[in-house]
Design a protein around this ligand. Structure first.
Ligand SMILES: Cc1ncc(COP(=O)(O)O)c(C=O)c1O
Length: 368
């Protein structure tokens, strides 16, 4: 018998406030929930018979020991070139990249200022750092400036370009202006912008031409790219620093060649997906201009938010939508602040206008 009864105390707290999480598999549903925005994973566009020999082989070690290999170095260079960065270092996941970067670069005496809606991986990295840290109000540059005035040491501003839980974007030019005024370094997590924002899906920073003004960009491979892993882009010195100090990079087995080959293939594919991005934009505009009966947040990205306050209320609506074969998930408190519980609907290049019309009608019906 496992002696694990003590774990029940915190699980019961979750049950009491209706926020207990469990793993589920929803099959044969219309996907309005995954991050596979372009359909690369769903449509199995990365399978490759020529690369079969790579499948199932591990990297055999961490990159600094026996796990480095030519393909991973080549792909790092190719991705850095695509994103107009001097260098890039691949991590096993976006989570690892954010932890590795933030826990190792800012030092004691430095200051990290981060958007209050920053992803858990950014916040966990910040918690591991010895620098002091303060959050600023979501997307609020006045609040950021208030904190910049008091900041000491090297200053880091941490933000997402497209926010994962709200779907909105930062005002990058104004943020860069502010950072320059206070000589701060900007770190941008482009997880939900990669593949989506910009003519080729190059991300927000590059689409605005600010790549030389950003200290570090994180592009993840698990969302629109349909793969797994992430890269930190920046200077060659930053890459060298991370190789020496980023613990998730140093103390973990490298991604296998099969994963890296898939990432390479996805980078050859997604920039050409102009039609898919156009269709996605049409779906986004349609969703934003329609009346679904509930309050929605403004968003020009595939992440669309329908606010339904209360864990029970939002869960009931999600269950009703799932009964109609729509894979849509409720985002509950404490993942989001109380009274901002929501449906997080993600739109994909493979969703049809017809599906969206039915979904909007269903939401309208459920709102009454
Ligand atoms: C903004 C953001 N950053 C980082 C991550 C973590 O990326 P990964 O799933 O590759 O660990 C996520 C994924 O949920 C995310 O939404």
């Amino acid at each position: 018998m496992y002696r694990d009864e003590f774990l029940n105390k915190k699980i019961s707290d979750r049950i009491a406030n209706q926020s207990v999480r469990s793993l589920r598999i929803l099959e044969s549903m219309m996907d309005f929930s995954s991050n596979d925005y372009l359909g690369i994973a769903t449509q199995n566009l990365l399978s490759d018979r020529e690369l079969d020999f790579l499948w199932n082989a591990g990297a055999k070690g961490s990159r600094l020991l026996s796990g480095n290999y030519p393909l991973i170095e080549t792909v790092e260079k190719q991705i850095a070139l695509f994103h107009s960065a001097d260098a890039g270092l691949i991590f096993n996941a976006g989570y690892d990249a954010n932890i590795g970067l933030l826990a190792s670069v800012p030092q004691k005496g430095d200051t990290i200022l981060y958007d209050q809606l920053s992803h858990a991986s950014l916040r966990d990295g910040i918690r591991l750092s010895f620098a002091q840290s303060f959050s600023f109000l979501h997307n609020n540059l006045e609040d950021l400036e208030r904190l910049l005035k008091k900041a000491t040491g090297n200053i880091f501003i941490v933000t997402e370009s497209v926010f994962s839980m709200d779907g909105d974007m930062i005002d990058l030019p104004l943020m860069v202006e502010l950072a320059e005024k206070y000589q701060a370094h900007i770190i941008v997590d482009e997880a939900h912008a990669t593949g989506i924002i910009g003519e080729k899906g190059e991300g927000l920073v590059q689409s605005k031409g600010y790549q030389q003004k950003i200290f570090a960009r994180i592009h993840t491979f698990g969302k629109a790219l349909g793969c797994h892993g992430a890269i930190v882009l920046g200077s060659t010195l930053l890459r060298n620093y991370l190789v020496n100090y980023a613990r998730p990079f140093i103390y973990s087995t490298a991604l296998p060649p099969s994963s890296i080959a898939a990432v390479q293939k996805s980078y050859a594919l997604f920039p050409t997906f102009t039609e898919q991005r156009n269709h996605l934009n049409n779906l986004i505009q349609y969703f934003q201009s329609a009346n679904c009966g509930f309050q929605i947040l403004p968003s020009i990205t595939p992440i669309q938010i329908v606010l339904i306050p209360g864990n029970e209320a939002v869960r009931n609506i999600a269950t009703a939508l799932q009964a109609e074969k729509f894979d849509i998930r409720a985002i509950l408190y404490p993942t989001v602040p109380k009274n901002t519980e929501r449906l997080r609907i993600t739109l994909h290049a493979f969703n049809t206008m017809k599906e969206l019309t039915v979904l909007l009608a269903l939401l309208n019906q459920l709102s009454k």
